[in-house]
Design a protein around this ligand. Sequence first.
Ligand code: AMP
Length: 192
Amino acid sequence: MDLKNVCVYCGSSPTLDPAVEKEIRAFGSALATRGVGLVYGGASRGLMGAIADEVLAAGGKVTGIIPKALEGREAAHRGLTELKVVGTMHEREQLMFDLSDAFVAFPGGYGTMEEIIEMITWKQMGIHGKPIVIANIGGYFSPLLQQFELAVQKKYARTEDRILFGVADSTKAVLTFLEGAPVLSRKAGDWA
Ligand code: AMP
């Protein structure tokens, strides 16, 4: 995997599904083993905390990024390799994007879905060509993927845009995708 840092979006809540926690922890230790850093939202709780803890326990590097206003309110992880505090949520999204070579969504709520869809949207617009993977563990994202298909059928999304992201049903499949994924060389405006 020719990647320095991978950004993971996932729930700030704990999962009810032990298989999801097992897979995200396996992904965290696989990143550490490969010398790939984790970039994420900086929380100590939920699935977010689980993957950060796992990477750190395996000797890997974790960069957390949180907006100033949330620093006190949210349980920021104090044991990270680096915790970057930024001004706004928009600055956070931008910095997570700038620091990362690929984006992976594991199960989560609104925040997770918003963040991964933003990366797909930016790729659709030609702002970047970095790999994006939806880790559809236990079929969690299947209804969302069906919605994406409906958008294609109704011509709100282009058929060729299906390649903007990969779908993987396990950590192993996420790694396989990332190891083989090309970084597309589109420039901003090419597809606009
Ligand atoms: P959610 O899926 O709604 O729990 O939101 C999780 C995603 O949104 C993460 O990938 C974070 O980047 C961001 N996020 C939402 N809530 C928090 C929080 N309390 N602390 C840190 N990041 C959060």
